[in-house]
Design a protein around this ligand. Structure first.
Ligand SMILES: C[S@@+](CC[C@H](N)C(=O)[O-])C[C@H]1O[C@@H](n2cnc3c(N)ncnc32)[C@H](O)[C@@H]1O
Length: 355
């Protein structure tokens, strides 16, 4: 389902230009060979100055300037976002004539893309699961694998019997406390509020006030379309668990997080599109890359209810060491590593069942 903004690319489209936070420069990028972004003489208004310019012309011109193959859909996303045409409807609207202002606006956005800025920041709104989220350089661009994190988290709070027959959420609960730590744009917390049981009460924390401003904007977007879901979310400021009210200690049913997990030594090897534009603070927690993950595994025991779960996104090479840490902590009854859609170990689920 599409979200509120009519001009946003379809959620089913994979984010094209940004690898996962832990993916180094070897990952493919749809914008790996951008063009100069400068209009050539042949690119001037309507490629001749007299013919009316259509959306099709703008798409073709953007494609040339970005040196983009047909599989790269940035031209369509940029033109659609400026023209206010939803991604799925652009094909039917390609013959529409545009004014000089639209043309100039598209040109400006294409130039930003050609200079290496991720298309998600350029268009400013990006789909994540069922929501359209505002994204800018204050927050990480939500990744497709984080949609999988939400899927796992939703399973843990399913009102029916959860994995292993545990009943994390049952019909007797009036409120089910959940926290998303390192919320960034709010992608995870807002999706849980929108898709999860109405009893969820979500605390979405970050230590970046700039990121929380973006999360606030997205919470307001959600409130405009689904006020009930938005009312379940509280944004809180602080480092990891410190952001939470102490009254939640021992009561949280689900701790979910996609923390920074890139080692400091990997930073230089990231795609320039990531390294030069996304916040380092959202990607690198410290020298090992495991600092935030370890803190979350170690700290969850104090905050989780007797029946509850910790669900984390991580890099494949971090999965087993972190699972081992969770097992040896003695605070969990079941620890599993879960794969993403491509089969890579990308999630840790640690459950306790001491009800
Ligand atoms: C990988 S991003 C995830 C953003 C969002 N949850 C998502 O999945 O798209 C990590 C987030 O953790 C936040 N962060 C980094 N250090 C933190 C800390 N000490 N306490 C709380 N949040 C932190 C960053 O500001 C960033 O928003």
């Amino acid at each position: 389902m599409s979200g509120a903004s009519p001009a946003t690319p379809a959620p089913t489209t994979p984010a094209p230009a940004t690898p996962s936070p832990a993916t180094p420069a070897s990952a493919t990028s749809a914008s790996a060979t951008p063009g100069s972004g400068s209009p050539s003489p042949a690119d001037s208004a309507s490629d001749g100055g007299t013919e009316p310019v259509t959306l099709a012309d703008l798409v073709a011109r953007a494609r040339r300037r970005l040196d983009a193959p047909l599989s790269d859909r940035r031209p369509e996303w940029i033109v659609g976002s400026v023209a206010g045409v939803p991604d799925g409807a652009l094909g039917a609207a390609l013959g529409r004539r545009v004014d000089a202002e639209t043309e100039a606006h598209v040109d400006a956005l294409v130039a930003r893309c050609a200079a290496g800025e991720p298309v998600q920041y350029v268009v400013g709104v990006w789909p994540f699961r069922d929501l359209d989220l505002t994204v800018d350089a204050r927050v990480l661009i939500p990744r497709p694998e984080t949609e999988g994190l939400v899927e796992l988290a939703l399973r843990e709070v399913s009102p029916s019997l959860g994995p292993g027959g545990r009943k994390v959420v049952d019909g007797e609960d009036s409120e089910v406390p959940v926290c998303d730590l390192g919320t960034g744009s709010g992608a995870v917390a807002l999706s849980l509020a929108f898709e999860g049981p109405p009893t969820l009460r979500l605390w979405a924390g970050d230590d970046s006030d700039a990121a929380l401003e973006v999360a606030r904007r997205n919470l307001d977007r959600l409130a405009a379309t689904t006020p009930d879901a938005a009312a379940r979310v509280r944004l809180v400021s602080g480092s990891w668990f410190d952001a939470l009210p102490t009254t939640l200690a021992g009561r949280i049913r689900l701790v979910v997080s996609n923390p920074p997990y890139v080692a400091a030594s990997e930073w230089e090897g990231l795609e320039p599109e990531v390294r030069d534009h996304e916040p380092r603070h959202a990607l690198v927690p410290g020298p090992s890359g495991r600092e935030a993950l370890e803190l979350l595994v170690d700290g969850a025991a104090y905050w989780l209810a007797p029946v509850g779960a910790l669900v984390l996104e991580l890099a494949p090479d971090q999965a087993e060491p972190l699972a081992q840490r969770a097992r040896s902590a003695g605070s969990f009854d079941e620890v599993v590593v879960a794969p993403d859609l491509t089969g890579r170990a990308r999630y840790l689920v640690a459950r306790r069942d001491r009800g």
